[in-house]
Design a protein around this ligand. Structure first.
Ligand code: SER
Length: 563
C-alpha cells in the first residue's frame, strides 16, 4: 500500500467515526518564533488540549508535516528521518481509552489488514505520579490482543510529553513484529534490536506537568495519537527501510546510478535531507545562521557534502530536486506551485556552501602554516572546531586535508567540544519548545490579548503594511515582529503605547465568535488567511477596536491587562 493510500484510509476511517479532518499546520509554527519546527501532530493543538474550544469540535483527525532535528546526525542509518508525516486523531475531552484503543485496533486489523498475531502493545506500569494503566491493558484484551503480548513499562517508555513542561500523560504504544528472531530471551517491544517496530502511539493526555516537576490534572481528558506514515508504508510494503518506499526510491535509484562510489549511507543522507529541505522551503523556510534557518542550512550543506562524497556533479542537484518533488507531488500538490522557489533556494544555498568550502580550505592553509612555523605537526581541536563553527567547514574535511599534508588532528578533544556544543544547542531547543508550546497561564493570556491591541495600534500609526510577522510570549514579556520598511521612531512608539493604553482603559469586552473563513474575511478580521476554504475559524473582537482571526485564549475584558 502506498503512503498516500494509507493516509487516505486513515482520514476516512476517522471521518467515519465522527472526526473532522483538519488541515496540516505549517512545518514552521505560525506566529511562534520560539519553536523551531512542528514536531508532532499535537503541537498546533496544544491550546485545545488545555481546554480551549476548537471550532471544528471535539473529534479531530489530520496528517501533519513534522520535522525532528535531534537526530539529524543519525540520518544515514536504516531508519532515522528528520522530516516525516504523522497521522493523528484527537479527542478533546470526548472519547477516552476504550474507544481510542478499539478504533486503533480496528483500523490496523480491518482497514490495513494487519494480522493480530503481528501486534504487541505496551502500557504504562504506574508510579507515584499516576496509576498503572490496567484500563488500557483490559481494552486491548477485549479488542483481541492476547495477554502475553501486553507489556507494562515505566515513564521512560510509556509516558508522553513534548519538552519539559505541558500537557502529557501515560501512553499505550502499538508495535509491529517484523518476524525477525528474538535477540535474546528477554527481547520485548522496548528492545532496540529491530524485531519490534513502534507504529502508533496513543497518549491519554489528562495531566499537565508543571515547571516544578509536579503533575496536575487537566480540565479535560484528551486522546492524542500519532502514527508515522513512512514507517507504516515501509512495513506494509515489506521493505527493510523507509528509503525503499515510493517516496524515496526514485531518488535513491538515481543517486546509485550517478554515484562514483557505492555508499548507501551517503545516498540516504542526500535523499532524506533533500526531501526535508524541500518541505521546509515549501513552507516558507529560508537558510540563515540562526534557529530554523540554520537547521535548513545544515540540511542543505550536509546533503551537498555527501553529493560530493558520492562523486556526483553538483550541477546535478536541480534534477534531483525535480525527481524528489515528482515522488512527493501526489502527497503535497503544493510542491508543484512552489517548485521554482524551492529549486532556487536550495541551489543558491548549495552555491554558497561551495564558497564556504573554499574559504575553509584557505583558513586551513593558514592554520597549517601556523603550526608548521612552530615546528608542530598536530592541528589543535580548537582549530577544527573554529573551522566547523565559523566557516561551516566539516571536521572530516579537516581530517582529510590534514592527512594530505601529513599532519595529525586532535580529534578526541574536538569530539568533546563538539558534544558540549551539541548539548548546549539541544538544551536551547528544548527551552524554546517549552517557551512556545506549553506556557499558558494568566500572564501569557493577558499578553496575548495585548498583542492584538498592539497589532492594531501599529497599523494605525505606521500604516496597514505593518502586519504581524511573528510573536513570542512568555510570562515575563511579549515580543512582536511586524513588517515595516523603516526603523520605528520614538514618537511613533509613544503613539502606539498611548493608543494601547487608551484601549485598555476603555474596558473593552473581548468577544469570540466562530465563523467560516469567508465570513471572517468579509467582517474585516485581520489574520493569516491560510486555512482551507469552508474551514471554521475563531474571530476575536475587542470592542470596536480590533478584530482578528486567532485560536485564543484571551482575557474577557481589556481592563484585566493593567497598563
Ligand atoms: N504526541 C504523540 C507523539 O508524538 C502522539 O501523537 O508520539
Amino acid at each position: 500500500m502506498k503512503a498516500i493510500e494509507i493516509r487516505n484510509k486513515y482520514l476516512n476511517f476517522f471521518k467515519n467515526h465522527g472526526h473532522k479532518v483538519i488541515k496540516s499546520a505549517s512545518l514552521i509554527p505560525e506566529n511562534d518564533p520560539s519553536v523551531l519546527f512542528t514536531t508532532a501532530g499535537m503541537h498546533p493543538l496544544v491550546p485545545y488540549l488545555l481546554g480551549e474550544k476548537h471550532p471544528e469540535g471535539t473529534r479531530l483527525t489530520d496528517y501533519q508535516k513534522c520535522l525532528r532535528t535531534v537526530d539529524i546526525d543519525e540520518v544515514g542509518d536504516n531508519r532515522h528521518l528528520t522530516y516525516f508525516e504523522m497521522l493523528g486523531n484527537w479527542s478533546l475531552g470526548d472519547y477516552f481509552k476504550e474507544e481510542s484503543i478499539q478504533m486503533s485496533f480496528d483500523f490496523l486489523t480491518k482497514e490495513l489488514n494487519i494480522p493480530v498475531s503481528k501486534l504487541s502493545v505496551t502500557c504504562f506500569g504506574g508510579d507515584n505520579d499516576a496509576p498503572r494503566d490496567e484500563i488500557s491493558a483490559n481494552c486491548w484484551k477485549k479488542a483481541g490482543i492476547p495477554e502475553d503480548r501486553i507489556y507494562f513499562f515505566g515513564k521512560d517508555d510509556n509516558w508522553w510529553i513534548a519538552g519539559e513542561e505541558g500537557p502529557c500523560g501515560p501512553d499505550t504504544e502499538i508495535f509491529y513484529d517484523t518476524g525477525k528472531e528474538k535477540c535474546s530471551e528477554n527481547c520485548n517491544p522496548s528492545c532496540d534490536c529491530g524485531k519490534y517496530v513502534e507504529i502508533w502511539n496513543n497518549v491519554f493526555m489528562e495531566y499537565f506537568k508543571n515547571s516544578d516537576g509536579t503533575y496536575s490534572k487537566l480540565k479535560q481528558k484528551n486522546v492524542d495519537t500519532g502514527l508515522g506514515l513512512e514507517r507504516m508504508a515501509m512495513l506494509l510494503q515489506g521493505k527493510e527501510t523507509p528509503f525503499d518506499i515510493e517516496l524515496f526510491k526514485p531518488v535513491m535509484d538515481e543517486l546509485k546510478e550517478k554515484s562514483k562510489i557505492d555508499d548507501i549511507n551517503s545516498r540516504r543522507i542526500v535523499a532524506e535531507h533533500l526531501r526535508a529541505s524541500i518541505m521546509v522551503v515549501n513552507d516558507g523556510g529560508r537558510p540563515s545562521n540562526v534557529d530554523r534557518g540554520y537547521i535548513l542550512r545544515r540540511l542543505i550543506r550536509r546533503m551537498t557534502r555527501h553529493l560530493t562524497k558520492l562523486g556526483i556533479e553538483l550541477e546535478y542537484l536541480e534534477s534531483l530536486i525535480e525527481i524528489s518533488i515528482d515522488s512527493l507531488k501526489e502527497m503535497y500538490p503544493e510542491l508543484l506551485e512552489n517548485k521554482e522557489i524551492i529549486k532556487n533556494v536550495i541551489v543558491e544555498e548549495k552555491n554558497k556552501f561551495v564558497k564556504t568550502l573554499k574559504n575553509g580550505e584557505r583558513e586551513f592553509e593558514k592554520a597549517l602554516n601556523n603550526i608548521k612555523s612552530k615546528g608542530e605537526n598536530k592541528i589543535g581541536a580548537e582549530v577544527v572546531f573554529n573551522l566547523y563553527e565559523t566557516y561551516g567547514f566539516p571536521p572530516e574535511m579537516t581530517v582529510e586535508l590534514a592527512k594530505e599534508n601529513n599532519v595529525e588532528v586532535n580529534l578526541e578533544d574536538f569530539d568533546k567540544m563538539f558534544k558540549e556544543h551539541q548539548e548546549k544547542s539541544r538544551m536551547g531547543n528544548d527551552k524554546k519548545f517549552k517557551g512556545g508550546l506549553a506556557e499558558q497561564n494568566e500572564m501569557t493570556i493577558k499578553y496575548h490579548t495585548a498583542t492584538h491591541l498592539l497589532h492594531k495600534a501599529l497599523q494605525i500609526v505606521l500604516g496597514e503594511h505593518a502586519v504581524q510577522k511573528g510573536s513570542n510570549i512568555t510570562s515575563e514579556r511579549l515580543r512582536f515582529d511586524f513588517a515595516n520598511p523603516q526603523k520605528v521612531t520614538k514618537e511613533q512608539l509613544e503613539q502606539v503605547e498611548k493608543i494601547v493604553n487608551e484601549q485598555i482603559q476603555r474596558k473593552l469586552d473581548v468577544v469570540c465568535e466562530e465563523m467560516s473563513l469567508e465570513e471572517a474575511k468579509k467582517s474585516g478580521a485581520m489574520g493569516l488567511f491560510e486555512s482551507k476554504y469552508g474551514e471554521k475559524v475563531k474571530v476575536y473582537t475587542i470592542g470596536d477596536f480590533s478584530k482578528e482571526i486567532c485560536g485564543g485564549p484571551h482575557v474577557k475584558n481589556t481592563s484585566e491587562l493593567g497598563t
